[in-house]
Design a binder for this molecule. Structure first.
Ligand SMILES: O=C(O)CCC(=O)C(=O)O
Ligand SMILES: [Fe+2]
Length: 361
């Protein structure tokens, strides 16, 4: 029997224009079917997080993270966001419960049914309070080729109060065009690394205004989770009561057999891709960039598209191994990140002699 998604395998099932002719062949339970329909129509779906140890995990995560949100951030593990007090990125590196939530097998199985490819978690974010982030699409941070093979799963780690700045989103916005640098008239490749979201904000705001659509908020119960589609506009609503916490974990997932890259720093039409070295949180293995089953790093590279992409891959400086990834080095050596040192230079000049790790197991 042909696979249900064999006509357009490069489009996630829940985002496919053929979704309604495929859904009956997916063997979904009634609950899974409801999730699939919500994701397809609204761009998000709510479900109860399937983990019978969730309560204990949440308690342990909070007691592990709480001291890290104190004013003294010398020991802050949040690498890329080390200026901000409201999040810990990739806490899974240090905390097994964060990792277990990200790697939950039932969630992975569910996402596989919904997308038609096997997912893997590649990033975690833990928040003790609301983010108050403006509405944005994660697609400019982490996208894939083919596109839309990415989603976020947001988990409430306490009952969320309406005044605590709950997660907010614009239903249906996942169907809008995925904004690119070309669309906003900007070059992305080699542009300043601290500017990812900001150049796109006025365009998103204008789209929201023009749509007339109303945002919704997720005033979640502890243990409820929400999947958002790759391009759903979402953010944190206003925190009306500054004393309230809003403990949550976001896990971002990619799917197998894709190219993973950061569109904010890419100019796709020129073959200039800011490729990502993504690590599977569940296995700590690098997930190589693949295009139609072909490893990007593999030889021979046949298509000119792949050759261009490969040619633009940033080469490491001298004295640094070819598989060196500054992000991974920062995650494994938080003191280097906190000190804001250049990762490659630190490794070449000190880290190597000190026997520091630069890759996961
Ligand atoms: O939790 C929030 O307020 C938003 C988080 C978010 O935008 C993300 O993790 O991608
Ligand atoms: Fe986001």
């Amino acid at each position: 029997m042909p696979l249900p998604n064999d006509i357009l395998p490069g489009i996630p099932i829940v985002e496919s224009p053929l979704f309604h002719s495929i859904i009956d062949d997916l063997n979904l339970t009634p609950a899974e079917r409801r999730i699939a329909l919500d994701l397809n129509q609204r761009g998000y779906a709510v479900f109860d997080f399937p983990d019978d140890q969730l309560g204990e995990r949440i308690d342990r995560i909070k007691s592990y993270l709480a001291p890290r949100f104190d004013v003294d951030m010398a020991d802050e593990r949040s690498i890329k966001n080390s200026g901000q007090l409201n999040r810990v990125q990739d806490g899974w590196v240090y905390n097994e419960d964060i990792r277990a939530i990200a790697s939950n097998a039932a969630v992975l199985d569910l996402l596989e049914k919904l997308y038609g490819r096997r997912p893997f978690p590649f990033q975690t974010l833990n928040f003790p309070v609301g983010t108050q982030q403006p509405l944005h699409s994660d697609s400019i941070h982490f996208s894939s080729l083919p596109e839309r093979f990415m989603c976020g799963v947001w988990l409430a780690m306490e009952d969320i109060h309406a005044d605590a700045g709950p997660l907010t989103y614009l239903p249906g916005s996942h169907k809008w065009p995925i904004l690119s640098n070309a669309m906003i008239g900007r070059r992305g490749f080699d542009s300043p690394r601290d500017l990812a979201q900001e150049p796109f904000q006025s365009a998103w705001d204008a789209l929201v205004e023009a749509s007339g659509e109303q945002r919704e908020t997720f005033v979640a119960r502890k243990g409820q989770a929400l999947i958002w589609a790759a391009n759903l506009l979402h953010g944190g609503s206003l925190q009306r009561n500054p004393k309230l916490t809003r403990w949550s974990q976001v896990t971002h997932y990619y799917f197998e057999n894709c190219i993973y890259y950061t569109p904010a720093f890419s100019d796709e039409a020129l073959g200039l891709f800011d490729l990502r070295n993504v690590v599977d949180v569940a296995t700590e293995q690098l997930r190589p960039n693949c295009y139609l089953g072909e490893l990007l790093e593999s030889e021979p590279v046949r298509s000119s598209f792949l050759a261009r992409v490969k040619g633009r891959f940033r080469a490491p400086p001298p004295g640094v191994p070819s598989d060196f990834d500054p992000d991974v080095y920062y995650r494994l050596n938080p003191d280097v990140a906190v000190a804001k040192l250049d990762a490659a230079a630190h490794y070449a000049n000190h880290g190597k002699a000190e026997g520091r790790r630069y890759r996961f197991r």
